[in-house]
Design a binder for this molecule. Sequence first.
Ligand code: IMP
Length: 195
Amino acid sequence: MKIVLATKNKGKAAEFASILGDKFELITQAESGITESAEENGTTYAENSRLKAKFIFEKTGLPTMADDSGLECDALDGAPGVYTARFAGEGATDSTNIDKLLAVLDEEENRKARFVAHITLVMENYEIHCEGTLDGEITRGRRGTNGFGYDPVFIPEGYDKTLAELDDEVKNSISHRRKAIEKMQKALSDLNLNV
Ligand code: IMP
């Protein structure tokens, strides 16, 4: 089954590919010939992941999977949440987002946080929606160079290294996206769609 992955984020695309292996014939958004992306103006991860998937599905007619994810910090009452990618404001980069996170948590003893991922698959007659989480804590400084986003400042529960210090295989075996994608695979096989 051919599925378009509606993301331009190379880190995420690689993570999806390595998790899904040969179970899906994944093609990137670029390979599907679509250069524009949906506006992420939803107020929940579920809404945003559906908007992104539906946008590409309507243009290509191909089953399309999209994710929306974020980081939730207990000391910030769940922020930055759906605004994680834009935490440092207009034109935010991974680096400016991390700077802001470390600054706002500077005085906080409670470093508990979690990554949350929602994935929606939109196809002709079905929509499937799944979610996954990864609990952990925020460091007081950057460590490691692997991965993307907030990986250098996030230590998953049960580990003493940041996601950016862990090998990709380890991150991909525990990640919020992995948990969501595994639920997606199960949902698809329950539907007997030959996946
Ligand atoms: P979006 O899902 O592409 O909108 O991204 C949400 C935000 O969460 C971005 O700033 C990502 O960098 C960040 N993010 C999502 N998943 C991860 C992850 O696995 N590691 C680090 N940052 C992540």
